[in-house]
Design a protein around this ligand. Structure first.
Ligand code: BGC
Length: 763
């Protein structure tokens, strides 16, 4: 292990403390259980029958996502009594879960408590912005706080475990599940992954008060599904897998995320749920990850559909050999693991290992000491949707809004202006809460229409369907106004699981409405609501102001209205670039240069499309403000004899109002023999600056931040590293260089550049 990595230093100078404290030192080695707890687990495993052991490895749906607890019938309770169920998902509620736990603890032979799980993704009752929006805040504290509130609400409702965060890197906006992740970049993704794990589980080595287990998902390249199709095959180089897709997983493993979920899809022909090289090899052996690994829904049985197993018993053995501890809903372990073990006794120690991890997880949650410690009907009544939680959701929604364009100062709106609010999404409370709504309800949401209050409103068209009968009224409303605020985009059900789209332009008749409104000549403020970056080059032509608002949760409308009126100065940034056209995806800023870089001159043969301009419509990291910022004074100094580098600059707010700037640090590392990404994010920070004020930002990079994957190890070559600081991946304001004196390598188990937190000092 290189010396630098052993010293997990956290800079503690000046206000840096506040930032550094968000990321306590990461460590991958699990803390051992106290001896008495370990002895209890050993005694239990020695006393359990094979069927009882397998029972611990079985997770059953106690309901459906839309009808929680609906399958908790007498047959399910009998299985609990027989010790044939270790965990339920899609259950909730302090009182029903207490009763279910009582049956397990009092009426089964060993009294082993159950684990209760649910997808609590961006809120439980209080709904925060969708995860892609939280990532757009470019502030890990916002993502951590959203997870914290979700954990508090979920745990008082009796839940132990959430299937979140989803940390799949996504570079193809056609994929419906981009809404659940943190976008295209591994450094941003790893940072948001760790922040959310901390929010759900708490900061200490033990699960804190009101904590729930996180489940980072879906290991390892679910986001790389071919063609942006959900569940589809991912075929990646080992380098891209390690440098991009596995980075958030490695960071989460080091942050001691309690559990992980394997993906539905295959990686280079090996279905992940049966992928021993990935799960047992990389996750367990190389990273020393000891948390519980659960399959995705029915994924063990689906090994047969992949063609990787021909019988359910083979599927069970494949998943177990890959080190998948728990079978989510397929009952393949329940029904076929015992015969598989009978046919091949070498599986038995693997069963014991899995049960060991499951019982360790239950121990860490404190369930053996007090099986009812989660769930509190009293607090459930006061905590869910509390004013404090609403206020935190409001702040998160404000922080996640991205001002994409503001020509001629159309925004903020002025009080005297007559506003026509148009678009059905402006009045669609259901869409504000997104697809993973847990126990959120539309009735709790403030829509943009409600928040803007007394303005002329016309729905125009719905986001799906071809009904254009509302367009004349929308035109009339526009004609009577000074400015049109037009909600455009997708409804909640256009993105999410199994919601890939081949054409990511505006669905339904929205383009017809938009064209009709453009023809009125009134200035249009496009308020985008969507779960993915849409391809809107032609739609947004001649639209002077564009605001990306995602699905902003219960407080979406209030937050958007505050931004439109200038009460809140937007500071969010795009965590995924927005393409011009659907045909441009997959697309990402960290592309590898070709020998024939894209050239505006079409007579030159170059890496571009002939029928669209080069690059995205709005790049990764892009976002404007109602003020402006000037970057200056780049200073790069070596510390620790060149093992670390201090990269500083000053940022001045040159405009009239206070605002937030997201300062982004990119590097380009030249590697002999390889083509490396044109730039890679290695640090960022969001800071508030008063008008006329200057703040100093210093990033500390270690040489490990310049690593790439080659020959089965991480390598850092000696030589020059270009340093770029800017306001987006395409708006670089300062450039410089540093050098690495000596090359060095380190093995797979020790992490990589992008996953390492970059300390930032702000004065
Ligand atoms: C999804 C997972 C989710 C699980 C349980 C699956 O279909 O892929 O992300 O956690 O269902 O709801």
């Amino acid at each position: 292990m290189p010396v630098e990595l052993r010293r997990r230093e956290v800079l503690v100078a000046g206000t840096l403390l506040a930032v550094a404290a968000r990321f306590p030192a990461l460590a991958s080695v699990p803390t051992p259980l106290p001896a008495a707890d370990q002895r209890r687990i050993d005694r239990l495993i020695a006393a359990m029958t094979l069927d009882e052991k397998i029972g611990q490895m079985v997770q059953v749906a106690g309901g459906r996502q839309v009808a929680l607890n609906s399958r908790l019938d007498s047959a399910a309770l009998d299985r609990v009594r027989a010790g044939r169920i270790g965990s339920f998902l899609h259950v909730a509620g302090a009182e029903p879960l207490r009763e279910l736990q009582r049956v397990a603890v009092e009426e089964s032979r060993h009294g082993i408590p159950l684990l209760f799980a649910m997808d609590v993704v961006h809120g439980y009752r209080t709904i925060f912005p969708v995860p892609l929006a939280l990532a757009a805040s470019f502030d890990p504290a916002v993502a951590e706080d959203a997870a914290r509130v979700a954990a508090v609400e979920a745990s008082v409702s009796g839940l132990h475990w959430t299937f979140a965060p989803m940390i799949d890197i996504a570079r193809d906006a056609r994929w419906g599940r981009v809404v659940e992740g943190a976008g295209e970049d591994p450094h941003l993704g790893a940072t948001m992954a760790v922040a959310q794990v901390r929010g759900f589980e708490g900061r200490g080595t033990d699960l804190g008060e009101d904590a729930v287990l996180a489940c980072v998902k879906h290991l390892g390249a679910y986001g790389a599904g071919m063609g942006g199709r959900d569940y589809d095959t991912a075929d990646l180089s080992e380098r891209t897998l390690r440098e991009v897709y596995l980075q958030p997983f490695h960071a989460a493993a080091r942050a001691r995320a309690g559990t992980m979920m394997t993906a539905f899809n295959d990686l280079a022909g090996v279905p992940t749920t049966g992928n021993a090289d990935l799960v047992r090899g990389i996750l367990r052996d190389q990273w020393h990850y000891q948390g519980l690994v659960v399959s995705d829904w029915n994924a063990i049985r689906e090994l047969i559909d992949h063609g990787a197993a021909s019988t359910p018993a083979e599927a069970a053995a494949l998943a177990l050999r890959a080190s998948v501890d728990m079978d989510m809903t397929s009952d393949t372990y329940a029904e076929y693991l015992a015969p598989a073990v009978a046919a091949d006794p070498t599986l038995l120690p693997l069963v014991d290992e899995a049960v060991q991890r499951i019982l360790t997880t239950k121990t860490k949650l404190g369930l053996f000491d007090d099986p009812y410690r989660f769930g509190d009907p009293e607090r459930e009544r006061t905590v869910l949707g509390s004013a404090d939680h609403r206020a935190r959701a409001r702040r998160a929604a404000e922080q996640s809004i991205v001002l994409l364009r503001n020509e001629g100062g159309v925004l903020p709106l002025r009080p005297a202006q007559r506003v026509a609010l148009i678009g059905a999404l402006a009045d669609d409370a259901r869409s504000t809460i997104g697809s993973w709504k847990a126990r959120g309800v539309p009735e709790d949401s403030v829509t943009l229409r409600a928040a803007l209050g007394d303005v002329t409103y016309a729905p125009g068209v719905a986001p799906r369907g071809e009904d254009v009968s509302g367009i004349p009224a929308a035109i009339a409303a526009a004609e009577g106004a000074d400015v049109v605020v037009l909600a455009l985009g997708e409804d909640w059900d256009h993105s999410g699981e199994a919601r890939s789209r081949a054409d990511i332009t505006l669905p339904g008749a929205q383009m017809t409405l938009l064209d009709a409104l453009k023809a009125t000549g009134k200035p249009i403020v496009a308020v985008l609501m969507n779960g993915r970056p849409l391809a809107l080059e032609s739609a947004l032509a001649d639209v002077p102001a564009v605001v990306e608002t995602w699905f902003g949760g219960n407080e979406a409308g209030a937050a958007i209205a505050a931004v439109l009126r200038g009460e809140v100065n937007p500071g969010g940034r795009l965590p995924m670039g927005m393409p011009r056209t659907s045909g441009q995806v997959p697309q990402f800023y960290a592309h590898v240069p070709t020998g024939r870089p894209a050239n505006p001159d079409l007579s030159v043969d170059s890496a571009r499309y002939h029928d669209t301009d080069i690059g995205p419509l709005f790049p990764f990291g892009h976002g404007l403000s109602y003020t402006s910022f000037e970057y200056a004074d780049l200073a790069i100094t070596r510390i620790d004899g060149g093992a670390r580098h201090r990269i500083g600059c000053s940022i001045t707010n040159t405009g009239p109002v206070a605002g937030d700037e997201v300062v982004q640090l990119y590097v380009r590392v030249a590697v002999p023999g390889l083509a490396r990404p044109a730039r890679e994010l290695r640090g960022f920070t969001r800071l508030t600056i008063a008008p006329g004020a200057t703040r100093l930002v210093t990033f500390i990079l270690r040489n490990h931040h310049f690593a790439h994957w080659a020959d089965d190890q991480w390598r850092v070559p000696a030589g020059r590293v270009e340093v770029m600081i800017g306001a987006s991946s395409a708006d670089i304001r300062l450039t410089g260089a540093l050098s690495v004196d000596r090359e060095f390598n380190w093995p797979a188990y020790d992490g990589a550049g992008a996953a390492l937190f970059t300390p930032v000092e702000i004065l």
